[in-house]
Design a protein. Structure first.
Lengths: 293, 262
């Protein structure tokens, strides 16, 4: 990877949506919107709400399904995104669905790695339910591991009592890397209507407000494992990236930050270069785990 | 870029004017040459609140575009935190704008009888639309609001455009609503296309009248947004063509594709 910058699944569409503002090939890797076997329209009603220094989303995994992905999206990856890595984020309602989807993605050479999403808070079945139960998390990791040779990143939920426990179990079952964290679970209420703002009632909480939680989890998991960590949660500037790397993240993902500033990636790439110059570093990776030494 | 091929930017725009017309309705004029050069009637910008605690940009319709001067106008209502932030901006300060975004109104219209109907804040995008169509078409503007005070925006429009007004309290124009005026107008006049923007319930009523008369109708929708570029899928709506994004496939749609669709 040319730099440690990646994208948070669900914030960067299918890779080309921000092309007016910067070349997505400038990023180290793109993690694409979550896929499911079948097409999904996503959740009805309101999907977004702003919160102080953050936001809630309950998109509900709207995606065209793996068949359209294979036939149409992959063509775009090939023609427009060959300068970076594309990573598929996979979701299922059952372990069998995860496995079937992993098999299909494994057959696509344009996809460099698979991110196993066992932490989506916005779907009724599957998602977070898989990531909250250590035994199930281990099982789905193991069964997906068995059907793909691509690097397997497992994305964990912060909405559990003990993330370290889940991290260790997915590591034991074949994860090559960990993505920390998915969104926190939150809600908002419309006091005029006396109803929840989001159509799905709860949603994923993201943005600068969650950074302290994300950092804490990266820090804790790093203490428990040597696996590569993709850190994310509220990154909105170069300094945030540096914090995550010092806490233990080898790479980081930008997500909500893009909504705040479409030029964020460009600014951070410059910022990291400047930081290296100012601190006599040949490569920004030298600061990974700095706080643990 | 928008699916109509218009490229978008992030531009730091200088505030040239920012004044309250009435009752929390403001008009803001900015210097934004990059955006003004390409912006089309019916498109919108994502305006960034200055207060960093409000992280989402606000989608605001483009009210008018002056390509020569490189200026644009926005007409907005102070509804909450973000728009409150806009209202306190002073001349000489800057506002960060992302855009122009979305698919605007169909401007490929010549020698036609055009009606543009706006309700409340929905009047905002109609200024640029009417400016673009008035030279080659017969245009009529039907505007509705709660009261005369709420329609201060009409002073921003070209005086020579035929304007029919309705207010809830009758303090300006007819007492009633824009749909009543439309129905009356259609009794005596042939209309080829209706553009509308305003409260959803108003646009639904306009769309139904248009359908009854076999007249083409375009609506401009709004939806909460985060990215503005089709990346996050926050603004998806069901249409006859499947789920579409108000920020990218819209905000302007053919009425029959989005009204009364499950």
């Amino acid at each position: 990877m040319k730099n440690p910058l990646m994208t948070g699944s669900g914030t960067f569409g299918w890779g080309t949506e921000y092309s007016d503002y910067f070349d997505p090939n400038d990023l180290g890797a793109l993690v694409l919107k979550g896929l499911t076997l079948e097409a999904r329209p996503g959740n009805p009603g309101t999907r977004l709400a702003e919160t102080p220094a953050g936001m809630l989303n309950s998109i509900g995994l709207e995606n065209p399904g793996v068949e359209v992905f294979e036939k149409e999206t992959v063509e775009i990856l090939r023609s427009e995104l060959s300068g970076t890595h594309s990573i598929a984020n996979i979701n299922g309602k059952t372990v069998e669905e995860y496995v079937e989807l992993a098999k299909r993605i494994d057959a696509i050479p344009e996809i460099t790695a698979i991110e196993l999403n066992i932490s989506c808070p916005n779907v009724k079945d599957g998602g977070m339910a898989f990531g909250a139960n250590p035994e199930v998390a281990g099982r789905v990791t193991r069964e997906v591991r068995a059907v793909t040779k691509k690097p397997l990143i497992v994305k964990l939920s912060p909405n559990v009592t003990n993330v370290v426990e889940i991290a260790k179990i997915v590591e034991e079952n074949g994860a090559d890397a960990l993505a920390l964290i998915n969104t926190l679970l939150g809600m908002a209420i419309d006091i005029k209507r006396k109803k929840p703002v989001l159509g799905n009632v709860f949603g994923g909480f993201s943005g600068p407000a969650i950074k302290p939680v994300a950092l804490r989890i990266v820090y804790q998991v790093r203490k428990a494992t040597n696996l590569p960590i993709l850190g994310m949660g509220g990154i909105s500037c170069t300094e945030d990236v540096i914090e995550f790397m010092m806490a233990g993240a080898n790479t980081v993902a930008l997500g909500t930050g893009f909504f705040m500033n479409p030029n964020l990636a460009t600014e951070i790439i410059e910022g990291l270069n400047k930081y290296c110059e100012e601190n006599g570093l040949e490569n920004i990776s030298e600061i990974v785990n700095a706080v643990h030494r | 870029m928008a699916c109509n091929g218009v490229k978008a930017f992030v531009e730091e725009a200088e505030i040239l004017e920012n004044r309250m017309l009435a009752e929390d309705y403001y008009i803001m004029r900015v210097k934004s040459p990059k955006t003004a050069e390409v912006a089309l009637a019916g498109q919108f910008s994502m305006l960034k609140p200055k207060n960093e605690i409000r992280i989402l940009r606000r989608p605001i319709s483009i009210h008018s575009v002056d390509k020569e001067k490189g200026e644009m106008e926005y007409y907005y209502e102070v509804l909450g935190g973000g728009t409150k932030d806009f209202a306190i901006l002073k001349i000489g300060e800057t506002i960060n704008i992302q855009g122009p975004l979305g698919v605007g109104f169909d401007l490929n219209i010549e020698n036609k009888n055009v009606v543009a109907i706006g309700g409340g804040l929905g009047i905002a995008p109609l200024k640029e639309l009417l400016n673009q169509l008035k030279d080659k078409n017969k245009v009529v503007h039907i505007a509705g609001g709660r009261s005369a005070k709420h329609l201060g925006i009409l002073s921003s429009f070209d005086e020579s455009i035929e304007t029919l007004i309705a207010t809830d309290d009758g303090s300006l124009g007819k007492k009633g609503n824009t749909v009543d005026i439309l129905k009356e107008y259609l009794k005596e006049n042939k209309v080829d296309i209706i553009y509308t923007c305003g409260p959803h319930i108003m646009m639904e009523a306009v769309a139904r009248v248009a359908k009854e008369h076999g007249i083409r109708c375009q609506v401009s929708l709004e939806e909460r947004m985060a990215c503005g570029v089709k990346a996050c899928m926050g603004c998806s709506i069901p249409t006859t063509k499947g789920m579409q994004k108000v920020c990218y496939d819209g905000p302007v749609f053919e009425a029959n594709e989005v009204i009364d669709v499950e």
